[in-house]
Design a protein around this ligand. Structure first.
Ligand SMILES: [Zn+2]
Length: 169
């Protein structure tokens, strides 16, 4: 089992499987503390089971391939729905704040991503058919993370002791 966590934004990814060590382990250039965080610009690092307790509410279980893709900027599985509907919805939800571009010669630029006012980012790559949106990253919200945690705790309490309470009452 490998757990990679970012102390900055508390993103934590846990994975097991044959490919975990090969894709993410000691032989990689990122080991042990230079994994690019998929959420924020910081570096994530390998943590052990003891440290993982600190991240218990934030840990996501993914396949080694999914973790590998996330670390390489391809986003989490849910961010890879970049069909026409998802793109249209994102662009209608919030106005454009900034187009992140890179200068190339001949008075042109490459479009890397569109950043919306609400913090959503649409990552763009190239293909033989034209520009491709390959990742739609929702804004990372510390408030939302906290709300999710509270909700999860509440539902754990409900499913835990609530079962008896419900049948009793
Ligand atoms: Zn991070």
């Amino acid at each position: 089992m490998i757990i990679i966590a970012c102390p900055q934004c508390r993103c934590a990814l846990r994975t097991v499987g044959e490919d975990a060590e090969q894709l993410l382990g000691k032989e990689t250039d990122y080991y042990p503390d230079r994994y690019p965080c998929p959420v924020c610009p910081s570096k994530a690092r390998i943590i052990d089971g003891r440290e993982a307790k600190e991240y218990l509410d934030d840990i996501r279980d993914l396949t080694p391939q999914e973790v590998f893709a996330a670390l390489h900027g391809l986003g989490f599985p849910e961010e890879q729905d970049c069909g026409e509907t998802a793109v249209q919805q994102a662009l209608r939800r919030s106005p454009l704040r900034r187009a992140a571009t890179r200068h190339v010669r001949n008075g042109r630029c490459c479009l890397d991503r569109l950043e919306l006012e609400d913090g959503t980012r649409l990552f763009i790559g190239s293909s033989s058919y034209g520009a491709v949106v390959y990742r739609i990253a929702e804004p990372h919200s510390y408030t939302q993370t906290l709300l999710n945690r509270i909700q999860r705790d509440a539902s754990t309490e409900t499913t835990g002791s609530g079962e008896e309470a419900r049948t009793g009452g």
